[in-house]
Design a protein around this ligand. Structure first.
Ligand SMILES: Nc1nc2c(c(=O)[nH]1)N[C@H]1C(S)=C(S)[C@@H](COP(=O)(O)OP(=O)(O)OC[C@H]3O[C@@H](n4cnc5c(=O)[nH]c(N)nc54)[C@H](O)[C@@H]3O)O[C@H]1N2
Ligand SMILES: Nc1nc2c(c(=O)[nH]1)N[C@H]1C(S)=C(S)[C@@H](COP(=O)(O)OP(=O)(O)OC[C@H]3O[C@@H](n4cnc5c(=O)[nH]c(N)nc54)[C@H](O)[C@@H]3O)O[C@H]1N2
Ligand SMILES: [Mo]
Length: 685
């Protein structure tokens, strides 16, 4: 019998789509977006529409124990009991020998579920393991946004439908946030213009009315040039600036020097285009900027994002419905009680925190005391997604490192593990979902039986805790019982209510979302002059020339390289599905015709891309979708898709971006040379 269930997509995406899933008891028949959800509105991405490819595709079905050299990919099946006994024994022995902080839990956004994502924290805190500094995605964006606005809040994303000028700035929403696009479409149907600001002609840029193809890392220069024109042409809202911001004569005098000509020289965007966009922005009634994290994957990313967030302050756009700017909505969920999930009662601030974006460094650092002797990986695939993969792989290959990976599929990280444990997908476990792109709290029900012997993070953590002899209450009960507990403790309706009604709107009122009374900063004002924790950062909105092209290696590595997310994958998820194999693999290097000609490269050639860290071989795609001097590869891929056996982030530096860390995925210098003429090699890929 066919049944339709309500659930929520768990993937690391601002959409957090409300789903209607059809099953016939045990088979997955279809997934579609819930038309009743204010943001989803019945639209979901192709990846999740085809979810059977992942659920029923190649999965880890039983616990696996390494049965060959590290990384050989040889494992033997084991029972859960044998595997967990081995894990508990090894971890106890490692803690005895090196101390508990020699164990590092490594977990990220494979699922955004409140219960499953952070389950490992309660065991880690209880046992006193090293702590993880979770910088991989939003650390730079957070810093940039909070510098001006104060907290991660903003107008509802659906309001974009009422805007008369939509700027998608450093976000490739057609690929990375499709649900936003139906609202953008509505705005355009009412006459709004769509402007995309991105160094790459993305799928989103292709459908825009205007595309500003600026140089990577130059967004603050563009924003300053726009503000200059707004001030110069009487398009600034002086009364808003005076009452709601710290704008003063110093800021104004500074911006007076940031002319369109100055901005053009830095951004590569023609002066006319800058002046025209400023006028369009200044004359729009309801300009809405959806800021993406793309611009923050640069060494000056936080400074750039802050400068962009100044624009609605100059124009006085923040208070208007359908206007302002939005980066994320996380702060609206801050009140959710999750102590019983995370075990913060045992959190010890004296225990070291290791930056997850520098995993290779920690694994290979012989001076680290104590050294990392065990790594427990949940909802993450650092052997693909972390910067500086050469070192990550070198570290994961250490014979004296004990690695446990809880996974749905045999990822590059799992292949390098000692123990692989089968994990459920979000269709096979219960959870509760916050969102970073909208304001609904949602339930996610298990709608399928676990495939093979898969178990969810929550149950695995509780089972491991028992083997350590921890009998605390928070290591008992099922996921849905924990959901019920969190809902009750935070004053939310119960799960039956969610089953009937779908989601709870947790947004504060429109006055708060539009900062009409105050900004959530120390003095209630928007800050043009941020108090950055790093004194090297500019104290006014400005171009901060700290990009990698200032490195001494500029001559050896003359091209700027980026690795933005691909359309048919999500981070490293879906990379093994049939559709991604067909459409996304093999990896391609997009290179401008001028740069290709200079190197004697034609479409389809195998090219060698070298950075200071690694050399990788890819197929060339010669195209003016990038500007001269820039090349890119849509990420991410399996290591095996490269002859070198390691994925694209091997090229990327593990620099800690100011002020609080985070990776510079789109800020890398490379040289490109021809490796082999098209078709002169046997079909390598
Ligand atoms: N080149 C380049 N690299 C990037 C980026 C980029 O833009 N360019 N983006 C970065 C960003 S923003 C991010 S967030 C990272 C994320 O990078 P990844 O770590 O690759 O994240 P995901 O692919 O979302 O999920 C990781 C794993 O979680 C597993 N998983 C899913 N649900 C569960 C579960 O319930 N339990 C368990 N145990 N496992 C589960 C999935 O199977 C998947 O293999 O990548 C970063 N890396
Ligand atoms: N299909 C798909 N969807 C995804 C993901 C995925 O991998 N694939 N990943 C998910 C995750 S974890 C996240 S965090 C989000 C990320 O999604 P987005 O917020 O869209 O961020 P990115 O895709 O990293 O970058 C967006 C764009 O920024 C551009 N960019 C790079 N450098 C600069 C710059 O200096 N200035 C400007 N203006 N633009 C720049 C890139 O070319 C890219 O097109 O997407 C989520 N959704
Ligand atoms: Mo992310």
């Amino acid at each position: 019998m066919t049944t339709t269930h309500r659930t929520t997509c768990a993937h690391d995406c601002p959409g957090s789509c409300a789903l209607l899933v059809e099953t016939d008891g045990d088979r997955l028949l279809s997934l579609r977006g819930d038309p009743a959800h204010p943001l989803t509105r019945g639209v979901i991405c192709g990846k999740v529409r085809r979810y059977a490819e992942l659920v029923e595709g190649p999965r880890v079905r039983t616990p696996l124990l390494r049965d060959g050299a590290k990384g050989s990919g040889r494992f033997r099946a084991a029972s859960w009991d044998e595997a967990l006994t081995l894990v508990a024994d090894q971890l106890r022995e490692i803690a005895r020998r090196h101390g508990a902080t020699s164990i590092l839990p490594y977990y990220y956004g494979g699922t955004l579920g409140l219960i499953q994502q952070k389950a490992i924290e309660r065991l880690a805190h209880r046992a006193g393991w090293s702590r993880l500094e979770r910088t991989l995605c939003f650390a730079i964006a957070d810093a940039g946004w909070n510098a001006g606005v104060g907290r991660m809040l903003g107008p509802r994303p659906e309001e974009i439908a009422d805007s008369d000028l939509v700027l998608l700035w450093g976000i490739n929403a057609v690929s990375t946030h499709i649900t936003l696009m139906s609202h953008v479409k509505q705005a355009r149907a009412k006459g709004a213009q769509l402007v995309v600001i991105d160094p790459y002609r993305t799928r989103t840029a292709r459908i825009a009315d205007q595309h500003l193809m600026l140089r990577p890392g130059s967004d603050a220069a563009l924003a300053c040039g726009l503000m200059h024109v707004l001030l110069d042409e009487g398009l600034a809202d002086r009364s808003y600036l005076a009452t709601h911001t710290d704008f003063d004569a110093e800021v104004e005098a500074h911006l007076r020097t940031r002319t369109p000509a100055w901005a053009s020289a830095i951004t590569g965007v023609p002066v006319d285009a800058i002046v025209q966009l400023a006028r369009q922005y200044g004359h729009a009634q309801r300009p809405f900027i959806r800021i993406g994290v793309g611009m923050t994957r640069q060494r000056n990313g936080a400074v750039n994002l802050h400068a962009v967030s100044c624009l609605p302050a100059v124009a006085g756009a923040w208070p208007k419905l359908g206007a302002g700017a939005l980066l994320g909505t996380d702060a609206a969920f801050a009140g959710l009680v999750d102590e019983t999930v995370r075990g913060t009662r045992w959190r010890d601030e004296t225990i070291r925190r290791l930056d997850m974006s520098q995993l290779g460094r920690w694994l290979c650092d012989e001076t680290l005391a104590p050294p990392l002797a065990a790594l427990l990986v949940f909802n993450a695939n650092p052997a693909v997604s972390c910067p500086d993969l050469g070192r990550v792989h070198q570290g994961l290959r250490r014979d004296d490192l004990f690695t446990v990976v809880h996974e749905q599929v045999l990822t590059d990280t799992a292949r390098l593990a000692d123990v692989v444990l089968p994990a459920t997908t979000f269709l096979e476990h219960d959870d509760l979902y916050r969102s970073y792109g909208h304001y609904s709290l949602q339930l996610g029900r298990a709608v399928l039986a676990p495939r093979g012997e898969a178990r969810c993070n929550h149950d695995l953590v509780n089972d491991l805790a028992r083997r350590f002899g921890y009998d605390d209450e928070i290591f008992r009960g099922s996921s849905i019982e924990r959901v019920a507990q969190v809902l009750a403790a935070s004053g939310q309706p119960d799960q039956d209510w969610f089953d009937k009604n779908g989601f709870v709107d947790v947004a504060p009122d429109a006055d708060t979302l539009h900062f009409r009374r105050r900004f959530p900063t120390s003095d209630g004002r928007f800050h043009f002059k941020p108090a950055w924790p790093d004194p090297a950062m500019p104290t006014l909105p400005d171009h901060w020339p700290v990009r990698s092209d200032d490195d001494t290696q500029a001559a050896a590595y003359p091209l700027h390289f980026m690795a933005p997310p691909g359309h048919d994958v999500l981070n490293s998820t879906f990379t093994r599905t049939a559709t991604a194999r067909r459409r996304h693999a093999p990896p391609r290097l997009v290179l401008h015709p001028a740069d290709a000609a200079q190197r004697g490269i034609v479409e389809g050639d195998l090219v060698r891309v070298a950075s200071a860290h690694a050399q990788l071989t890819l197929r060339a795609r010669v195209s003016d979708d990038v500007r001269p001097g820039l090349c890119l590869c849509e990420a991410n891929h399996l290591g095996e898709d490269f002859p070198e056996g390691v994925s694209i982030n091997a090229l990327v530096d593990d620099v800690r971006v100011a002020p609080n860390g985070g990776p510079a995925f789109h800020d890398c210098r490379v040289q490109v040379t021809r490796a082999a003429r098209q078709n002169t090699l046997p079909t390598m890929m």
